[in-house]
Write a protein that binds this ligand. Structure first.
Ligand SMILES: Cc1cc2nc3c(=O)[nH]c(=O)nc-3n(C[C@H](O)[C@H](O)[C@H](O)COP(=O)(O)OP(=O)(O)OC[C@H]3O[C@@H](n4cnc5c(N)ncnc54)[C@H](O)[C@@H]3O)c2cc1C
Length: 461
């Protein structure tokens, strides 16, 4: 059978089992169905399946296997830029499976795999609880947690991957399984930080934490003060308790009507922070930064769902080009190098360059943790710009390369969730963890059916 006939037969078989939950390139709505959150990524899978249940996932996996196709699960496509060609893959758009249940007694959230943080934080907050969410409400919990998950409370409660208490999955052989400490423990270990390489996740059970309110907000200064403010923030960050999560950032806001007047079209250096404590103790912690006289100060007490607004991430899909790196430190000469590459007067095409503070629980490995037990770095940098056309994309990419080259002396490796280009996955794990991940891949997916964004090859037999 020719490759084209084979694809046609595979689509026909998918449609006979799953009906209109399958979208093929010939169907109306194809361009919407194949879309990723990152609109700069033009995905062309063989077909899109929108599963409504774990049984639908089994059906899609079985047809893909029979016809020599791969399956590529997608939560939202926030990280679609790193994925290889989908030409011979069925894209599993998991977004329709988004039910969430909170068990306040056991402090657990049971979620379907397509749920986004915005579906979880409200119901959890109704019980005075919070999950380890990141900066954006519309990121899928599953993709985020499988890839590590660095949230506002990472220094106090660690990586989100290590808050996974169980996963319901469909493996490459089409079987539904449960992965937790008692059942499929190697698979459970690999899922917690090894990304989407090992199984299609259909549901997760996550630990929640007792958090009713935080003292959180943003301090803005004109970007001309970048070196002074970032140096002060770095010094301050080395002494704060684990209850303080923060980041330093260069922000260039476009002149869009949607952006309020005091910010529109301006460039800032800022510090965003979230303190697990009350207003008085939080204000005491922030005092050294406030002494620098910020132009705008938005701090106040907020419930955990309010954290999603702090970082001002785009509320809708956008075309972007971004990438990140881990840094072992951020001394004054690193800040100078960064300011030269992307600060005032550098005519930067980037919207944002941020450095998130790690350490604390983020750096503490425990034998009970998964494949990404901790982050052996002090900061994670992420730089991003708008990429509405090829020229914008090239110019943003070039500038990110320049920043990474300038910060090479402090390079501490790559973190899966903040890597948005095809990258050697060996750089994301310790040598032992990487070897074990390759073995788990060989056990559960020897034929390489499941296509993650950052692929970990199966160990050779
Ligand atoms: C605006 C923005 C803000 C962000 N903020 C943070 C942050 O604060 N902290 C942080 O750590 N990261 C952050 N990220 C990175 C984000 O966590 C990653 O992009 C993550 O991969 C997104 O998961 P997703 O499922 O939404 O994306 P996708 O691109 O759909 O998926 C990412 C990966 O997860 C896999 N996957 C998704 N669902 C499943 C499933 N059901 N089964 C198996 N594999 C699956 C996919 O195959 C793919 O390999 C941010 C990214 C953006 C663009």
């Amino acid at each position: 059978m020719s490759a084209t006939n084979q694809l046609t037969s595979a689509i026909r078989e998918l449609q006979s089992g799953l009906g209109n939950r399958v979208v093929s390139p010939r169907d109306a709505g194809w361009d919407h169905a194949r879309r990723a959150w990152n609109l700069a990524v033009d995905q062309h899978p063989a077909a899109v399946v929108r599963p409504a249940s774990a049984d639908d996932v089994v059906a899609a996996v079985e047809v893909a296997r029979e016809y020599g196709l791969r399956v590529a699960p997608q939560g939202t496509g926030h990280s679609a830029a790193a994925r290889a060609s989908l030409e011979r893959s069925v894209l599993l758009d998991m977004s329709g499976m988004n039910q969430v249940e909170i068990d306040p007694e056991r402090r657990r959230a049971r979620i379907e795999a397509g749920a986004q943080w915005q579906h979880v934080v409200g119901p959890a907050a109704d019980h005075g609880l919070a999950g380890l969410s990141g900066s954006a409400g519309d990121v899928c919990v599953t993709g985020y947690a499988l890839g590590g998950g660095i949230g506002w409370m990472v220094r106090r409660y660690g990586l989100a991957s290590n808050s996974i208490r169980g996963a319901d999955v469909v493996t490459a052989d089409g079987r539904r399984r449960r992965a937790d400490t008692d059942s499929e423990p190697d698979l459970f270990w690999a899922l917690r930080g090894g990304g989407g390489n090992f199984a299609v996740v259909t549901g997760l059970e996550l630990e929640l934490f007792p958090v009713r309110e935080l003292y959180a907000g943003v301090l803005f200064w004109p970007q001309e003060r970048a070196s002074e403010v970032l140096t002060a923030w770095h010094e301050w960050s080395t002494g704060v308790p684990a209850e303080m999560g923060s980041l330093g950032r260069l922000l260039n806001l476009p002149p869009l009507d949607a952006i309020p007047e005091p910010l529109r079209g301006r460039s800032f250096v800022l510090v965003e922070a979230a303190w697990l404590g009350d207003e008085a103790s939080g204000a005491e912690q922030l005092a050294p930064l406030r002494e620098l006289g910020p132009e705008i100060d938005t701090f106040g007490m907020i419930p955990p769902p309010g954290l999603a607004a702090l970082h001002m991430d785009p509320p809708e899909p956008v075309p972007g080009e971004g990438n990140g790196m881990l840094l072992d430190d951020l001394p004054a000469n690193a800040i100078e190098a960064l300011a030269r590459a992307a600060g005032p007067g550098a005519d930067s095409p980037l919207v944002s360059v941020e450095m998130r503070h790690l350490g604390g629980a983020a750096r503490r490995a425990d034998p009970s943790h998964g494949a990404q037990p901790a982050v052996d770095a002090s900061y994670v940098l992420y730089a991003v710009g708008m990429a509405a056309d090829a020229e914008m994309k090239r110019s943003v990419r070039r500038r990110i390369d320049e920043i990474q080259a300038a910060l090479a002396p402090w390079d501490a490796g790559r973190f899966l969730n903040f890597t948005e280009r095809p990258t050697d996955t060996a750089r994301m794990f310790s040598g032992d963890a990487y070897r074990r991940l390759r073995e788990v891949k060989a056990t559960y997916d020897p034929g390489n059916l499941i296509q993650a964004n950052h692929e970990i090859p199966a160990a050779e037999a």
